[in-house]
Write a protein that binds this ligand. Structure first.
Ligand code: ADP
Length: 503
């Protein structure tokens, strides 16, 4: 991986701008990782519930790793066919169009400061329209209320925004602006669909929502297809076109080659991020899932349903750091395999409440079914099982909402390396679980968008390039599966509702 490249070999360069680090990855035409550079950048927590980034630090680290990955691998700009960008979604940057300087810190997706604005939107009766038009909900997570907050709290910024001096963008848009040295102010449909300002049916900025959030429409970037041409950069030693942009979760869905309705991916990290391709029309959810644009390729838009599980790998961290039952996350597999089953033990890790489809912020974690014979192995096994159960909850909901049957689940993220967990997942879903050879699916997705946009690869080649490392087939008897999953749902019900706190 560290050998110098031959001067004829060609690559696509993925810029993967994440929440804690900026990465640059070179991929070859078969979608194999050839070189990686990565750099972390600071997180700012000025008040409880606030999370900020310095957009200039994001840009500096991103440019640095892009240059570094090319230099260390001996790649010239002529060898880079195109750049693809994928990014932490929803994080909000406002900058001066003329100087290219951010006017404040970026407000990160995790930041909760706009909760009151969301309450106002609900009180003003905008929430229903917002859900219909954007597929999202009135929540601080998304960009729109963050823009409003910045303009409301800085009258000077509002004046300059009204005068057309300021530009808004999510991180993709900010990077495109910097890479093109201010020539292009654009975003792609997947990122636009996370702002609360974009109408996912009409595929354009929604004037009614811009008014409701007091955001001047002139601040917003031009919206392009995910594999459109986004301009050229000359900052990497020569001219390189930018030809692909998508938010990180959508890029991962693309990188997993989930190109058809019914295909889904799950990223098992600290939490789980699930996306299911639902075809070419948006599907509304009855259970609080998000309807989102997956991507648009050459004029054709794909949509997805999105759901998440707050606590997944974090439950394994809790076994390690809280209960000290294991030394390392991967030891969980060894202990789980020491017992034939969890002996009726259910661990419900509702540490921060429960999301889809239960939506109970007051729920708290619990362990059920303890008996005199319960030992550490059962608790560890039941904790791993809980990750698969929660994923099943979300995927069952998606299938119901979309009226589409899941064809296969493709997996990535740290905990997807756990074979026990993946087998149990296949058993609970009664569907094949597929783990790819290349687990850098987010960066791969951005690279493949750029490769198809530039015409270096046809879209169909994605499915051929996607390589299976291991498939897990359902093995559990359906009756047993039913009994176990029913037991889980029963355990979850018992954790719901607030438990009285001692005075
Ligand atoms: P993130 O991007 O959210 O930091 P990662 O994809 O790096 O997450 O995955 C790390 C998470 O996965 C941690 O929460 C860790 O506990 C969990 N994890 C890592 N390896 C394993 C494993 N072999 N079995 C179970 N959980 C694991």
């Amino acid at each position: 991986m560290h050998s110098k490249s031959s001067s004829k070999q060609q690559f696509v360069l993925a810029l993967d701008q994440g929440t804690t680090s900026s990465r640059a990855i070179l991929f070859d035409q078969r979608g194999q990782v050839c070189a990686i550079a990565q750099k972390e950048f600071p997180q700012y927590f000025p008040k409880p519930g606030w999370v900020e980034h310095d957009a200039q630090e994001i840009w500096n680290t991103q440019l640095e790793v892009a240059r570094q990955v090319m230099t260390t691998h001996g790649v010239t700009p002529e060898q880079v066919v195109a750049i693809g960008i994928t990014n932490q979604r929803e994080t909000t940057v406002i900058w001066d169009r003329h100087t290219g300087q951010p006017v404040s810190r970026a407000i990160v997706w995790q930041d909760r400061r706009t909760a009151d604005i969301c309450e106002q939107l609900k009180a003003n009766g905008v929430a229903d329209y917002l859900r219909e038009a954007t597929g999202l909900m009135a929540d601080s997570y998304f960009s729109g209320t963050k823009v409003k907050w910045l303009l409301d709290h800085h009258p000077e910024l509002r004046r300059r925004a009204d005068a057309g001096e300021l530009a808004f963008g999510t991180i993709d848009s900010w990077l495109v602006f910097k890479l093109t040295e201010g020539r292009v102010h654009a975003t792609d449909v997947s990122n636009a669909s996370r702002t609360l300002l974009f109408n996912i049916h009409e595929l354009q900025w929604d004037r009614q929502l811009c008014r409701a959030l007091d955001v001047p429409i002139e601040m917003l970037p031009e919206v392009r297809a995910s594999n459109a041409f986004f301009g050229t950069t000359s900052l990497l030693g020569g001219e390189i076109p930018i030809h692909g942009v998508a938010g990180d979760q959508q890029a991962a869905l693309f990188g997993q080659a989930c190109l058809h309705s019914g295909m889904a991916k799950n990223t098992y990290g600290t939490g789980c991020f699930l996306l299911m391709h639902t075809g070419h029309k948006p599907v509304p959810s009855q259970h609080g899932l998000l309807t989102t644009v997956a991507w648009s390729l050459n004029g054709q838009v794909s949509y997805a349903l999105e759901g998440s599980v707050f606590i997944a790998g974090a439950a394994i961290q809790w076994l390690r750091d809280g209960l000290r039952l294991i030394d390392e996350a991967r030891d969980s597999e060894y202990f789980a395999a020491k017992v034939p089953d969890s002996q009726g033990v259910y661990v419900v890790p509702a540490f921060t409440g429960l999301g889809t489809p239960y939506w109970d912020p007051h729920a708290r974690g619990a362990i059920f079914g303890l008996s005199r014979g319960t030992d550490k192995n059962h608790v560890i096994r039941a904790t791993l099982e809980s990750i698969a159960y929660r994923t099943t909850d979300v995927l069952e909901t998606m299938q119901q909402d979309a009226g589409i049957e899941l064809s296969a689940l493709r997996v990535d993220g740290g905990a997807a390396t756990n074979d026990f967990l993946m087998q149990f997942q296949a058993d609970m879903l009664q569907t094949r679980v597929e783990r790819p050879a290349v687990t850098e699916t987010t960066a791969l997705g951005a690279a493949m968008l750029a490769a198809t946009g530039k015409g270096w690869l046809p879209v169909e080649s994605l499915a051929q390039n996607w390589q299976l490392a291991r498939a897990f087939h359902p093995q559990m008897d359906p009756q047993e599966r039913h009994a176990r999953y029913t037991g889980w749902q029963d355990a979850v019900r018992r954790t719901m509702g607030a438990i009285g706190t001692p005075k």
